[in-house]
Design a protein around this ligand. Structure first.
Ligand code: SIN
Length: 565
């Protein structure tokens, strides 16, 4: 019996807790911008029964913490072609150019809709105010409440959803998708409120669960970002793509906790500079765009400066900016730093990179369709190939808006034809092998440290091999998975970590956010391709000892190279 088998729980567990079965037209898992926007779009289709499943309180998600803004073409000096070019260049030759074009051309319309719902971006007589971030050739980032764009968006969308006819199920952990023959019929959920399992049966299911930042010791991500969507999709047999590409944000405040305060790239866009601990402005040694180089380059430069000088941080210096301007433009960052004892108008801040975003995810087409019928994915959990090997700053909230809209259009055909009734318990294994109890808390922190050290900004074979062995060891040691959200999260984190390591080992080149010190050169001849994982139960695959996971990595040459190649 595989410990990471198809499902994390058994029919026996569910029966013992009297499984509640509910029927919906659509179930949305996740309550960040992707989940809420998708829900609002579904509501526009008519009188549907819709549920949103949220792991904690609905607002506790990465969207809420997003600072920078949304990249969109509004300035007369800008054009779709320029936004396209910057996105593709940042993506290091691996962007799906069709997806990029869809994003840049459809974002303005979705922004109009967002504004009509009540989201207020900062503007003046000339229209939206525009910020600049790394790798953008021009100012094109619209923003709200200074540095609280995500909070503004989340609050407006959430209030719309709360006012609508939607079952918003908070404090509910989505455990596994209910599938049969590569078709999805809903999701199995654990309600923390009443300690019960729920089978939410649905014509269509949307995974909008965001990213995986919590796999790393240091992250800007909310505590919900444990890769649950990727893990459950993989267990169900969906394809995952590009997951070796994990973006590290260059500037998170160095503090003694794993969820670190993000210091937006717009700070550098307004003139903030980076100094090493010797007081030298080092970025010009690494890239002509200096502090506004693509994110992967800035993060790596910081990593090397810290390593060279034996320090755990560099400095972000904003002292050349007017103090009143700083307080008005970055009120949240200013207040948060002050609470932690730093006055950023007077002193430079200790910063270091932190895990921020995964470019890969559940493989989808340009309409959010996964490889499983009736299953869609939107936002960070999904992978259209839009971001290639490195996401351009502020191209994520718009991704959820554009592809959420498209996914709902595609899902409507399934909603119209309904779905067969079936017994969810018949899908689940009858019981699991009861084995050794393990310390999931210990495993979680061990995994975060290993991922940070060996599968982080800079990677090489030895560290990746050692991490793979340790993850396999942990996975094979797990016998009994208790009914506990924290244990299920760790199962998901180990699985996704294991898959990321596999891809990182396979990709013997450096590109975008994936940097191998033992293969430092980009190798287009061999690696202008994507790596796809699909769980397979037989045939070719890499078998983990004890058959804990069966991994099947496929190299797919389906990218169109950037124009320059
Ligand atoms: C930031 O404000 O620096 C983050 C923006 C992003 O990740 O796109």
């Amino acid at each position: 019996m595989a410990h990471i088998g198809r499902y994390l729980v058994t029919a026996e567990d569910c029966k013992a807790r009297s499984l509640v079965v509910r029927h919906y037209d659509a179930v949305v898992i996740g309550s960040g911008i992707a989940g809420l926007w998708t829900t609002l779009k579904l509501l526009s289709l008519g009188d549907l029964r819709i549920a949103i499943v949220s792991k904690l309180s609905a607002h506790e998600c990465n969207t809420y913490y997003a600072q920078g803004g949304i990249a969109t073409v509004v300035s007369p000096e800008d054009s779709f072609e320029l936004h396209f070019r910057d996105t593709v260049e940042a993506g290091a030759g691996l962007c799906n150019e069709e997806a990029v074009w869809v994003l840049v051309t459809e974002t303005p319309k979705r922004i109009e809709e967002l504004c009509s719902l009540g989201v207020r971006f900062e503007s003046d007589d000339e229209g939206f105010k525009l910020a600049r971030e790394g790798a953008h050739g021009i100012r094109r980032i619209i923003y709200a409440r200074g540095d609280r764009t995500g909070c503004e968006v989340e609050q407006v969308l959430l209030s719309r959803v709360r006012g609508a006819k939607v079952d918003l199920i908070e404090w509910a952990f989505a455990i596994d998708l209910l599938t049969s023959d590569d078709e999805c019929f809903g999701v199995l959920v654990w309600s923390e409120h009443d300690g019960k399992y729920m089978a939410l049966l649905s014509s269509v299911t949307f995974i909008c669960t965001g990213g995986i930042g919590q796999l790393y010791d240091s992250t800007t991500n909310a505590k919900v970002a444990t890769g649950d969507g990727l893990a459950m999709a993989y267990r169900a047999g969906a394809r995952l793509a590009d997951i070796e590409f994990v973006q590290f944000h260059p500037t998170a405040l160095v503090e003694r906790r794993s969820q670190r305060l993000l210091l937006s790239e717009t700070v550098r866009g307004e003139g903030g500079i980076l100094l090493n601990t010797d007081g030298e402005r080092f970025m010009l040694r690494y890239h002509p765009m200096a502090e506004l180089a693509p994110r992967d380059i800035v993060s790596r430069a910081i990593f090397y400066e810290m390593r060279r000088l034996g320090k755990d941080h560099v400095l972000l210096d904003m002292r050349s900016l007017n103090a009143e301007f700083i307080k008005r433009r970055f009120p949240f960052i200013y207040e948060q730093c002050l609470e932690r004892g730093y006055d950023l108008t007077k002193q430079p801040l200790p910063v270091a990179p932190a895990a921020h975003y995964i470019m890969g995810g559940i493989e989808v087409d340009l309409f959010g369709r996964t490889s499983i019928r009736r299953l869609f994915a939107v936002g960070e959990a999904s992978c259209t190939g839009l971001h290639g090997a490195n996401r351009l700053a502020s191209n994520s909230l718009n991704e959820a808006l554009v592809f959420g809209h498209r996914a709902v259009g595609a899902a409507s055909e399934f909603i119209a034809d309904g779905h067969p009734d079936f017994d969810p318990l018949a899908l689940l294994p009858s019981r699991m092998v009861v084995g050794k109890d393990v310390d999931f808390v210990h495993m979680r922190s061990g995994l975060q440290k290993l991922m940070w050290e060996s599968v982080g900004i800079v990677r090489e074979r030895q560290g990746l091999d050692a991490t793979r062995s340790q993850l396999e060891h942990w996975l094979s040691a797990i016998g009994h998975v208790p009914i506990d959200v924290r244990a299920w999260e760790v199962m998901n984190m180990l699985l996704v970590g294991r898959l990321i390591v596999e891809s990182a080992l396979m990709r013997t080149e450096s590109r975008g956010a994936h940097y191998r010190e033992d293969y430092p050169i980009r190798d287009d001849a061999n690696w202008a391709a994507r790596l796809v994982h699909r769980r397979c139960l037989s045939g070719f695959g890499i078998k983990v000892p004890g058959e804990v996971i069966t991994v099947n990595v496929i190299k797919v040459r389906e990218r169109r190279l950037a124009a320059s190649d």
